[in-house]
Design a protein around this ligand. Structure first.
Ligand SMILES: [Cu+2]
Length: 229
């Protein structure tokens, strides 16, 4: 009897494998898209970035696609960014300070650069819809290497814009000099953003999917089974 049960388990396992294998193989062949990368030429990283609204969400656009480019620079380089505010004059969204004016600008998060215009100045550099900002950001020669990010920073409106996805990665090169063991590794930049669901038409269902019920979950590990699907 035991043998029969064992065989049945094997058959079930095989059937399960046959059912799921094509899905697994298919899933493994999906290629993770690489975001566009902008590199320095003669120590200048030059790009034009647009702020626009697509399907009700604010987004960055680069070379006609709404994918934020990865900006790659080395210590001593200069970032020349032309930032065009193509957001509509009137916003349908809710901001911390209402009404939303659809003003925008750029902040270079975590970077040790000057806060004065035309560099990382989030106070006086502001573009209304239709206006253009010209950034020229000098990266100091002793700037640490690593992964940083840029995002919009108009006070009262940045929370909304960043939640919508107006952000991107900055790589300051030179990590291999500090950590030679990463020299052989293939580098992939993956930007993961939280999704704002508060204004989503399916907000109730989506919240239900991601929320863990407060009742039923105890501190003991075995009780986790009760509240996790
Ligand atoms: Cu920031």
């Amino acid at each position: 009897m035991k043998q029969k049960a064992g065989k049945r388990a094997h058959i079930l396992l095989l059937m399960g494998a046959q059912m799921f294998l094509p899905t697994l193989v298919r899933a493994q062949t999906v290629v993770l898209p690489e975001p566009p990368q902008v590199r320095a030429k003669n120590h200048v990283v030059s790009l034009t970035l647009h702020a626009m609204n697509e399907n009700g969400r604010d987004t960055f656009a680069f070379e006609r696609a709404n994918v934020s480019p990865v900006i790659r620079a080395s210590p001593g380089d200069v970032l020349r960014i032309t930032y065009v505010n193509d957001l509509p004059p009137k916003s349908s969204e809710t901001c911390a300070v209402n009404p939303c004016m659809n003003m925008t600008n750029l902040h270079f998060h975590g970077r040790s650069v000057s806060p004065d215009a035309p560099q990382d100045d989030v106070l006086t550099m502001l573009a209304k819809p239709g206006q253009v900002l010209h950034y020229s950001v000098e990266i100091p020669r002793d700037h640490p290497p690593g992964l940083f990010w840029y995002h919009t920073h108009p006070h009262g409106e940045s929370h909304r814009q960043v939640l919508d996805g107006m952000s991107g990665a900055i790589v300051i090169e030179g990590m291999k000099r500090y950590a030679p063991q990463v020299r052989q590794l293939r580098e992939r930049v993956i930007v993961v953003r939280g999704r704002s669901i508060e204004n989503d038409p399916n907000a109730i269902e989506l919240r239900h999917e991601v929320e863990i019920p407060s009742k039923g979950c105890g501190e003991k590990r075995r009780q986790l089974k009760k509240c996790l699907p």
